[in-house]
Design a binder for this molecule. Sequence first.
Ligand code: KIV
Ligand code: NA
Length: 275
Amino acid sequence: MKNTVSTFKMQKENKDKITMLTAYDYSTANLIDEAGVNGILVGDSLGMVMLGYEDTLSVTMEDMIHHIKAVTRGAKNALVVGDMPFMSYQTSVYDAVKNAGRLVQEGHCQAVKLEGGESVCPQIKAIVEASIPVMAHIGLTPQSVNAFGGFKVQGKSEEAAKRILQEAKAVEKAGAFAVVLECIPDKLAKIITEEINIPTIGIGAGSDCDGQILVYQDMLGMFGGFKPKFVKRFANVGEEMTKAFKDYIEETKAKTFPAKEHCFKIDDSVIEKLY
Ligand code: KIV
Ligand code: NA
């Protein structure tokens, strides 16, 4: 059955954990969907894991639409959330509604996500009024990496913790259907989860959130570089891939690949005519 924003709401009420993963292409979305996750986020993390940028700031609306299209074709049951890229909603409420609309109309996702608290509440409200469900995202918001001075845990001081709690309440009031809590202390995430009525989706925010999300390359061990503390490697797919690539090279050089069973036959009488 297709997951919707109502499914998410019900799961919070029933204390049934919401599971989400990212995906950026058709075949991975298909595998993740068949495994049975509730939601797939086409994150702007694609800038880093798919396109090789240092951060998410270079990702464009065209990049997002291209990948969202592929994922929505592969996801039958998961709710697909399209991430709004840097500068597609910060500039004005008008831009926010227009660009959220493009993600839905051209990418065919069922909801959008954007980063920020009080400062983007007018955008959240306007997008929701246009009948597009919005997932908020607070704590470590990677599009603000330059303002933060790096990717760091947020909300550790009393002042910062209070501000994040306040932001969670603000995005709920603005109409968000869920909120991502990224890289904040687990005890703060627990309080936020109790204090608001919309589901909290944690990444680096402990097990008391209403749901979890991970970048699939991180959890599969496919992203070589930096491994944040909150990532658990559920498999070492990267190692498996490297091994397969090396086997292919070796077998090709040894001429054990392709073998007879990979070849197409032709009648000898035809071959004779070619000499
Ligand atoms: O872009 C992304 O993948 C995200 C998740 C990590 C929440 O925003
Ligand atoms: Na993102």
